[in-house]
Design a protein around this ligand. Sequence first.
Ligand code: UGA
Length: 444
Amino acid sequence: MDVSVFGTGYVGLVQAAALADVGHRVLCIDIDEHKIEQLQKAVPPIQEPGLSAMIDDNLRDGRLSFSTQASDAVIHGQLIFITVGTPPDEDGSADLRHVLAVVREIAQHMQDDRTLVIKSTVPVGTAAKVTESAREELKQQGKGHLAIRVVSNPEFFKEGSAVNDCIRPDRIIVGTEDEKAREQLAELYAPFCRSRDKLIFMDNRSAELTKYAANAMLATRISLMNELANLAELVGADIESVRKGIGSDTRIGYHFIYPGCGFGGSCLPKDLRALLHTGSSNGFPMRLLKTVQEVNEDQRQVLFRKLQKHYTAGLVGKSIALWGLAFKPNTDDMREAPSRYLMEALWREGATVRAFDPDAMSECRRLYGYRDDLVLCATRDDTVQDADALVICTEWKAFRVVDFELLARKLRDRLIIDGRNLYSPQQVAAAGLDYVGIGLPYLA
Ligand code: UGA
């Protein structure tokens, strides 16, 4: 099929490459000329495993192309994806300015019926707004006879495995009340549903809410586990045993029940804020989700609080080694990363941070620049030279195997605070280190 994609951000690019890869002819549009020039040379602005090769292959075979000309894209695609950004407003609600601007532009160039597929994460009711705005524009242009169908088709990719999530989705949500649009989307996604039918059809509003509901559910699981972990510490239980104990119940399952130092990233916190805003603006403050958010805000301070508890005389002049800056492994993304809350609190208290991350070093430099109390180290082991304690914020594979005897010799205060429960407390303690995890019994 002929498909156009407006917005070559994270979602648009991954989706476009995946659609081209199964044989659709995809034209991507962006207003950022530099980005388009780079993409025409198969250089993506983001790092995702498999993405670069996929873009390269499909560019070469002519199934994928990039342009800044919106008019070409409106002519090209019978299906037009909208994947432009919806940055949060100050009150947490998603800002639809870019989405609505693209819709008007599409209506201005339309010479034939078109189906718009909204893939950006948008509040409930956006498809209705988009339909209204497109129809109004068409009428003004004297093209009121043209049909515009609007489909709500949220994405569920995870950073670091976006290509894989896109080509092997658990499900594809298609929200539309239009029969023709249903048929088009079924044809478009058929190559991704070969083993079983993963398409779930529903109305637009339900599809829009499904996206927020999924992230709200994931966030709730994490905050609940973090609360249970904090309680486990107080009552002398081991949250890792509890996690295995409850995860074995198939109704609960093992996914997303890892306690930690708070959920971060660009999606869970943002979508939670947006959903809370939707609730309150409909006269329905969502009490449970408000608490999920508050628990997470507290949990972001958990590593700092554990350090404070240890250093009762204060942290002035202390040198803290920090492993993991990204909000999760396999990305350089530091948006709302636990490491940031920790570093900023340590700096306020007069401590120095010696940090290492396999991918996010330049992102950290971009965010914080050069400062005396931040030393970015070339390797994991460099961080512990001249450090008092070690804190782990991200569960990168590269941190799993550790020589604890060496750490015990290097760390002046022989303290490890582990925000991801990576190690066996007995093994760390055997090396003569103090090991403080999340929800783990304290072994002195
Ligand atoms: C999340 C969802 O998982 C995706 O399904 C969704 O499509 C995406 O948001 C989005 O809305 O675009 P992502 O933000 O990439 O994906 O990251 P996750 O893997 O969900 O991790 C989010 C945070 O939760 C991380 O800080 C992670 O460390 C934390 N987490 C995750 C835990 O603390 N415990 C867990 O058990 C799982």
